[in-house]
Each structure stands twice: as C-alpha cells, then as structure tokens.
Write a new protein. Structure first.
Lengths: 142, 142
DNA sequence: TTACTTTAGTTGGTGCACTAACTAATTTGA
DNA sequence: TCAAATTAGTTAGTGCACCAACTAAAGTAA
C-alpha cells in the first residue's frame, strides 16, 4: 500500500455525519422539532435520576461547554429544567418538565426503528467487529 | 438485545471526533498552523489539476457552503487562489500559491505518521472490515 | 431569440465542537 | 483554619455542518 490507511478518517467522518443526518431527517418527518443531540440529552435525563451536566457530558462523550449550550436551548424551549443540587451548590441537577417527559416517551418506539435502518444487511458479528475496531482506534489515540 | 445497535452512532461520532482531534494535536505540535480540513483542501488542490469547488466538495464528502468557507479562509491566509475557469465563468479553479505548495509538500511525511497511529494493534483485515461495514451503513442511509 | 431549467457558487442563520479564560463553590493540606 | 488546588459550570471566539434562499452563468427547447 502506497498510502496505508489513507482516507479512513474521511470514511469515519462522512459515515458519522450520514447517520446523524438520517436520524435528523426522520425526526423531521415525524414532526419532531428538535435536533438529535437535544433528543439525546432528554433521553439521558429521563433515564438517569439526578443527573448533573458533568455526568451527562460523560455519557454523551461531549465536553462541558457543548452540554451547557444544548441544555440552555432545552431550558429555553421549556423541556428541561436545572435545579440546584442540595449536596453541592456548584452542581446543576437536570430534570425534564412535564412536556419534556411526554415528548421523550412518545418518541421512543420511532427512534428505535431509525437505529435499525443503518444495520440492514449487516449481522451481529459485524456489529461486534465495528465496536471492537472503533473502540481500538479510540483507545490508540487517547 | 433489548436495545439493539444502541449507542453505535455515539461510538461512530466520538471516534470520528477523536481521530480529528488527534490529527489536530499533532498539527499543533509540529507548529502547523491550520485545521485538518484546511489541510485536506490544500492537499487535494495540490493533487488535482484545475480543481473546481464542486469537485473538491465531492472528494471531501462535504457540501458546497462548507467548502466555500474553508476556501475563503485559505484565500485570506494567502495559501490558495481562485481563478476563473476559461470554459465556464461560474466555476472557480483552485490553485495553491507558492507558499501553499511549500506547506503541503513539507508536511506530507509527518501526516502519514499521524494516520498510522490510529491503527496500532489492528491489521489489514480489520481495515477491510472497517471499510466494508462503514460503507454499508453509509449506503443503507443514502 | 426568448423563456425555462439546471448548475456553480455565495450568503445568512442556527447548532455543535473545541480551546481558553473565567466565576464560584468545594476540597486539601500545611 | 486558611491559602492553594481542584471541580462544576459558563462565556467568548473560531471553525465546521446543514438548510434555505439567493445570484449569475449555462444549457435546453420552443
């Protein structure tokens, strides 16, 4: 190979963007007025009791400024609220509003079907390989 | 599996970002004052005679507004120039300036070593699987 | 030629990613 | 106990990604 492993980062990047784009299209079609990242924040807030922004950032593999801004948007939309932690006044505990909870609940089934589309024609072994290789690359660069 | 293929988009996304991040760190360390995307524009401009922005966008799998803006930045930096195509006055033909050409040439070897880092402990078969699976996912969503 | 459509590229607006610098609260350790 | 270090979160600035709307040039067909 003259240029070994050439282009792999481009392939990674374009695939990641395509996956996000496809989910966003589906959101749009189902009249779901929010971004994929905003939805993920809501889902994780729903699933994790007394979640702080730092913990949320870790779950999403995003940095704190990014999380701050997504949460800001969701607060403005009235879907999420910040509450002060009783144990540590630096910490914001995230909670869904009633409206936020309803939105997440009503979307779960549809979101699952979005996920499956990407894996058509691929099997469980492929999924394992995918996980192994991507995790290995990640570790190599950490 | 209760949530099949859950999290795969997160894994894709975080790995793609890590790869870009690592390259950017290396650029910084070698005193290379530009982003990875800017470098890619310069590399492709160097390798392709009389490249238009549309062709460049296709090579990078990016959309045209994104390309316009990256090229804008490189023009401002004096590394790239737009020339009018003699055949079609809508088309901008991209060319590296002398300084741009020197920057690309001097960086090629170092960039190759950046690429290899991600694949430590992985073999050629892994690389093929990686390509096959990511391309399949991409096709599934197109 | 004249009107219709397509194509290359730009511009504006919004959202996410990353760095750096900052505030305020908490923890640590001499 | 109190100064230094750490931690949670925010703000500012820059760059990329995507959509939509736009300009101007080409191509097409009557």
């Amino acid at each position: 190979m003259k240029e070994p492993y050439n282009q792999y980062s481009l392939l990674l990047d374009r695939t990641a963007r395509k996956v996000k784009w496809y989910a966003q299209q589906q959101f749009k079609e189902m009249g779901f007025d929010m971004t994929v990242d905003q939805w993920l924040v809501m889902k994780l807030t729903d699933e994790n009791e007394a979640l702080s922004q730092r913990e949320l950032a870790a779950l999403m593999y995003k940095d704190m400024p990014t999380v701050t801004r997504i949460v800001d948007i969701l607060c403005t939309k009235g879907l999420v609220e910040r509450a002060e932690s009783p144990a540590d006044r630096r910490v914001s505990i995230l909670k869904l509003t009633q409206e936020g909870r309803e939105k997440v609940t009503s979307s779960r089934k549809q979101v699952r079907s979005i996920r499956l589309k990407a894996w058509e024609g691929l099997n469980e072994k492929d999924f394992d390989e995918f996980n192994r290789i991507l995790n290995k690359i990640y570790e190599n660069l950490t």
